[in-house]
Design a protein around this ligand. Structure first.
Ligand code: GBH
Length: 493
């Protein structure tokens, strides 16, 4: 553990034995990047503008609007396709050093394949990237934040392994067109979340009900796709472009209910985070052994001749291992874990053998899944650092939902408390965190929650066609933090 911390009156002793004074403890290290994040489908709008193709969120919101709580869509959203200059202004006003946004695959390749490239899509992202750089803001680009071209879904989507090759072809177009200026790339955002889009017919797009099967197939394709992209960058671009490539993985801290539930939380972690992180970041490679053993055994008990968990060949294990320059991490909240079995047969939840619930004493947000548990952030960062040899970690998302309003005191508290925990992980525990982008720069389309839950640090009026953006209290506090590079005194205990 990295928690062997001894506290003194003024100094704390860090993992490296160096004394950390109180001022340093609340200050961001030199070179640490601060900014905010969005994703294409959630903010861009322009769903059929200038040759963009249809993606799976266009299909879900148009054909099954009842799946979205307010029956809304991202057709217009924040209209960032037309108003990106406004977004850059907000970032500039905050003193942000980095903007994390994602590229809409179908805006670049309307049919999903690289034989037809939509020049208007290339132009849009070139304009955005150039404007960011003109304003001294680094782009951190996510290649895939859930908006798969419908044409690729028609082939079965992520469970079809051929997408590992098509993703590589898409990524090559991005490196070719933008890699001279983009130095931080995230291949995939939260594969954990979009593998679950294959476990229910009322869930996220493509909303397919094949739990315990299609989710593992999705993970398998995505890990291969990520490795293909990383290796292709190494071969074809890295020497010239000198960028860094990673993947953004999310996990909730799991707090064991009693000391008998520690193993259950360990399994939760391996089934939800290790399933991606172990093949890519561990020295051993491949899926975590507990995942392989349990899915193979439970599949056999259920009468499957072939395990529901696909296998990597030893060549693939070697090919995948080490395909990261940094790791992206999205952190929001925590769960409680207890030994036991829940979930249908088959399902990943059942395979993991843990019962998940929430501690009612954890403060609520507007989202049923999101409770405020800042200490879980420090614990999770330590867990990742310990398990994978302290890799560079970029916090690609962290944020809080409410129902709207400029006076977002709870969001302010969420950010200041989480940043303080992150700084303890950095300065006391020695975790190698290199940057942080708040989720989200603007209120936006919150997937199946539509516009009912707000994560923005800027308010957006979705009833006004010009989509005016207004800083909330949280944007003002983050501005102060970005500019002073420390947590203001009034938020310290
Ligand atoms: C991130 O997901 C996404 O990357 C981002 O696009 C999103 O806007 C942001 O967080 C806020 O949600 O409704 O109970 O079934 C966070 C992980 C996974 C949390 C799916 C919500 C659904 C829970 N999300 N989960 S539930």
């Amino acid at each position: 553990m990295r928690f062997q911390t001894v506290c003194f009156f003024i100094f704390v002793t860090s993992a490296f034995g160096a004394d950390v004074d109180n001022e340093t403890l609340v200050t961001f290290p030199d070179g640490f990047l601060l900014g905010a994040a969005t994703a294409s489908y959630q903010v861009e709008g322009g769903w059929d503008a200038d040759g963009k193709g249809v993606n799976i969120w266009d299909t879900l919101t148009h054909e099954r609007p009842q799946l979205v709580v307010d029956h809304s869509s991202g057709d217009v959203a924040d209209d960032s396709y037309h108003l990106y200059t406004e977004d850059v202004k907000l970032l500039k006003n905050m003193g942000a050093q980095v903007y994390r946004f994602s590229i809409s695959w179908a805006r670049i390749l309307p049919e999903g394949h690289d034989n037809i490239v939509n020049q208007a899509g290339i132009d849009y992202y070139n304009n955005l990237i150039n404007l960011l750089l003109d304003n001294g803001i680094q782009p951190l680009v996510t290649m895939y934040h859930w908006d798969l071209p419908q044409k690729l879904q028609d082939l079965g989507g992520w469970p079809n392994r051929v997408l590992a090759t098509y993703s590589e072809n898409y990524a090559r177009i991005l490196f070719k067109n933008f890699g001279d200026r983009v130095k931080f790339w995230i291949t995939f955002n939260e594969p954990l979340t979009f593998m679950d889009a294959y476990t229910s017919d009322t869930g996220m797009a493509p909303s397919i009900n094949a739990p315990g099967i299609a989710d593992y197939l999705t993970a398998h394709t995505v890990i291969l796709a990520h490795a293909n992209i990383y290796r292709m960058y190494e071969r074809e671009f890295k020497e010239e472009q000198q960028g860094k490539v990673g993947i953004a993985l999310n996990i909730q801290w799991c707090q064991p209910e009693t000391s008998d539930d520690v193993d259950a939380c360990d399994r939760y972690y391996q089934f939800n985070f290790g399933i991606f992180a172990h093949p890519i970041l561990s020295e051993e490679g491949d899926y975590p052994s507990v995942v392989k053993e349990r899915v193979d055994a439970i599949s056999a008990q259920e009468g499957f001749t072939t395990s529901r968990l696909p296998k990597f060949t030893s060549e693939e294990v070697t090919f995948i291992k080490g395909t990261y320059d940094f790791m992206g991490h999205n952190f929001y909240t925590a769960v409680m874990g207890r030994e036991g079995v829940e979930g249908g047969s088959p399902s990943r939840s059942r395979d993991s053998g843990m019962i998940q619930f929430l501690d009612p004493s954890w403060p609520e947000s507007a989202s049923s899944w999101l409770r405020v548990v800042p200490w879980g952030f420090r614990n999770t960062l330590n867990r990742i650092a310990n398990e994978y040899g302290n890799p560079p970690i970029f916090i690609t998302e962290n944020g809080f939902s409410d129902y709207g309003g400029l006076n977002d005191t709870n969001r302010v508290l969420y950010y200041t408390e989480h940043l303080k925990e992150m700084l303890k992980a950095i300065h006391i525990d020695g975790v190698n965190v290199i940057g942080y982008t708040a989720w989200s720069l603007v209120d936006n389309f919150e997937w199946l929650r539509g516009y009912s839950e707000r994560f923005g640090i800027h308010e957006v009026n979705f009833n006004d066609p010009s989509r005016p953006r207004t800083p909330k209290e949280s944007a003002k506090v983050l501005t102060e933090i970005f500019q002073t590079r420390k947590i203001p005194d009034r938020f310290l205990d």
